[in-house]
Design a protein around this ligand. Sequence first.
Ligand code: MG
Length: 165
Amino acid sequence: MVEKREMDVVEKVARKWLHERGVKIEDVAELVYFLQVKYYPELTMDLCRSNVDRVLAKREVQNAILTGIQLDKLAEEGKLEAPLQGIIERDEGLYGVDEIVALSIVNVYGSIGFTNYGYIDKEKPGILKYLNDKKNGCHTFLDDIVGAIAAAASSRLAHSQESTE
Ligand code: MG
């Protein structure tokens, strides 16, 4: 179950923007399930969902979401200045700032996040495949951010499983 607690405006807007850009908590929870079910066969979607929820409660994660989505939206509307407009619009491979923003999320729960992030970024399951398809809009930042949230939630889940064993 997702616990009830007070959310401030930054968290509310971060969650709203994720939703508006086509990313549901459920989609991210599915990525966590994909990453973790091989280690925890008893894993439930409920547990995945609640770990995603806890990651989204972190300020550094909310800040990364707001910054990344804002740049994606401005690029989609053609409102950035050259050469950044073209770089973000084309999702140029050597740009790399999208991955740097995502790493600020991966870092939140320690180093196992890195392995999960690298793996999911290579495999691109579920929602990540949708975000990578250019015809669904400009998601240069968001694809990395979503992968990073899933990786961080997986680390959190792994830590919590170890401490209850
Ligand atoms: Mg990217």
